[in-house]
Design a protein around this ligand. Structure first.
Ligand code: TEU
Length: 556
């Protein structure tokens, strides 16, 4: 792999702006709040900050419904605040990645407001409009957030397509003017000096020819599988690269639910003719499945053999050809320590560190979601009224009240496990008023465990999850074998221990993670290692693996 690029050497920190830091005491996080916390991110050692959408939006889906791509949501600040944030980030030697949401806009965007008026105006073909078929929707597709994926507009006498909420109409990428408009938005931010984009559901932009029915039961998962990796996706990404990205020194990651590793080789080719990385979903789609409509939900923990297969498959498929992103968490996923580790007081810290080790020693660019570096946990809600997220609330109403497939109690258990709201509670800075997030009541309730789990406490404790993450990040920066080594799986059938080797230029690391609360024994030849690089216990007992013990050995 010649010509290593900075995106391969970076660690990214995801900031969910609503919940990071409020600076003007309105209960909502904002851009100046992020500026206040830059020294903290610098201390952690990350290289790049990714911000979830901060553009003007009616906020039906927390900013993923954009009504003006070139202005800042006033709740977060002004364009002057943005320019200040960007220059402060650069001054600290950090980089900034923006969220690009161009599969759909808000229904309040001026393009859509015009488009819905008639079939013959400048924006008529900016969206996907179809005539009714026998007085009904043009096909059987269901939307991600419930209900049909089509909404009728009497003024046009047609339906428009929305894979997500009705307030998120899908753009018509077949229209070259739509593409030019997207390139224009990208250039606007790149010319300001931003360092890259995370692209929302970018693998859904090319719809299948003729928009055929999805196979039964045509719920969202079947629709997503049908639409993902559409016929012109590679063409569109090529065009985007040629016309925009190749003119700037940037980092890109495309969010690609349902994409396969084999396809991702093209999207993430080291030739850099499309994108740099994708967010794949295989490892976060395991049981308990994030979509109860699949009917596979049970409350058994994730099967380790399946997790290893999912991550290992992507490691091997992209090695030497493309590049992986690595993540446990983001704003759409429950907290990793609650999902893949153990969030009881006894094992929270050790299992959070174990998960950090397992992920950060893989090949790819690690993404840390705010609070993950503290071992923040799920919020464990028990009542529907506690939820904010439209996906969680709509799912409940659809499955419990309307379709009656699940009883309310089971659904609440399911949501507690998997809801996106688990990730969205405000950042826990200290044990004082509102966890130091805001001086007034936050827009969304804090996780009550902020008294114990917070930045202030962790910065005082050399054994904290924070300092462990700091060390993981430093190790990656200091060791080529961690950045570029290949992936060699060990015992894929072992359902208790996740272990692998990475090899690079005569060096190797051996990573061993006990995913259970049992003491186990495994010998992979660790006795012959030259050095123990990191471990989440104070001492090393060789083949003996204590609960959630995780360690990395170096061989020279
Ligand atoms: O998410 C797309 C996605 O595929 C899912 O993770 C989605 O959140 C949902 O769980 C599907 O059932 C992206 C954004 O990350 C998410 O926050 C947005 O709500 C969504 O796109 C629409 O823009």
């Amino acid at each position: 792999m010649a010509n290593k690029k900075w995106f391969q050497d970076s660690v990214v920190y995801q900031v969910y702006p609503m919940s990071f830091q409020d600076s003007n005491n309105d209960g909502v996080g904002d851009l100046s709040g992020i500026v206040q916390r830059l020294p903290y991110l610098k201390k952690l050692g990350v290289d790049v900050i990714w911000l979830n959408p901060i553009y003007k939006s009616p906020n039906k889906d927390n900013g993923y419904d954009i009504s003006d791509y070139k202005s800042i949501n006033p709740t977060y600040g002004t364009m002057v605040d943005f320019d200040n944030l960007l220059s402060q980030i650069h001054k600290q030697g950090l980089k900034l990645m923006m969220d690009l949401v161009v599969n759909h806009t808000s229904d309040q965007h001026k393009w859509f407001k015009e488009s819905r008026k008639s079939k013959d105006n400048k924006y008529s073909d900016y969206y996907i409009w179809r005539d009714p078929v026998d007085g009904h929707e043009p096909n059987n597709w269901r939307a991600a957030f419930g209900g049909p994926a089509w909404t009728y507009v009497p003024q046009r006498g047609q339906y428009y397509l929305h894979l997500f909420a009705p307030g998120q109409p899908d753009l018509n990428w077949e229209n070259p003017q739509v593409r030019e408009s997207v390139w224009d938005i990208m250039r606007f931010w790149l010319d300001k000096g931003v360092d890259g984009f995370r692209m929302d559901v970018i693998n859904l932009i090319s719809k299948p020819a003729g928009l055929p029915d999805a196979p039964a039961p045509a719920m969202y998962p079947e629709v997503e599988a049908l639409v993902a990796d559409g016929p012109k996706l590679n063409d569109y990404l090529h065009e985007m690269n040629e016309k925009v990205l190749s003119h700037y020194d940037v980092m890109t990651v495309g969010e690609m639910p349902s994409s396969k590793a084999e396809d991702a080789v093209d999207y993430t080719s080291l030739k850099e003719d499309e994108l740099n990385m994708v967010f794949q979903f295989q490892h976060v789609s395991l049981a308990p499945n994030p979509n109860p409509k699949l009917g596979k939900w049970n409350d058994q923990p994730v099967k380790l053999t399946e997790l290893k297969e999912a991550l290992g498959h992507w490691q091997k498929a992209l090695d030497g050809k493309g590049w992986n992103s690595l993540y446990w968490n983001n704003h759409d996923q429950p907290r990793a320590v609650s999902r893949f580790g153990n969030d009881s007081p006894k094992y929270r810290e050790v299992s959070a560190k174990m998960l950090g080790t397992t992920l950060h020693m893989l090949q790819g660019t690690p993404f840390v979601f705010e609070g993950e570096e503290l071992g923040m946990t799920n919020v464990h809600y028990t009542d529907l009224n506690q939820y904010e997220d439209l996906e969680s609330i709509n799912f409940y109403h659809e499955l419990v009240d309307q379709d009656k497939i699940i009883d309310g109690k089971t659904m609440l258990k399911y949501l507690a496990h998997i809801s996106r709201d688990n990730a969205r509670t405000p950042m826990q800075w200290d044990s004082g008023l509102n966890a130091g997030f805001s001086k007034v009541e936050p827009w969304f309730a804090l996780n009550p465990n902020y008294k114990q789990i917070n930045t202030e406490e962790e910065l005082k404790d050399q054994n904290s999850v924070f300092y462990y993450y700091q060390k993981l990040i430093r190790l990656r920066h200091d060791n080529e074998v961690i950045r570029y080594g290949n992936y060699e799986e060990i015992d894929p059938q072992d359902d208790q221990v996740f272990s692998y080797r990475r090899n690079y230029k005569g060096q190797a690391i051996l990573v061993i993670s006990n995913f259970t609360d049992q003491t186990l024994s495994r010998d992979y030849g660790q006795g012959k290692a030259n050095e123990l690089l990191i471990s989440n216990y104070d001492d090393d007992k060789g083949a003996e693996l204590r609960p959630y013990e995780s360690k990395v050995y170096l061989f020279r």
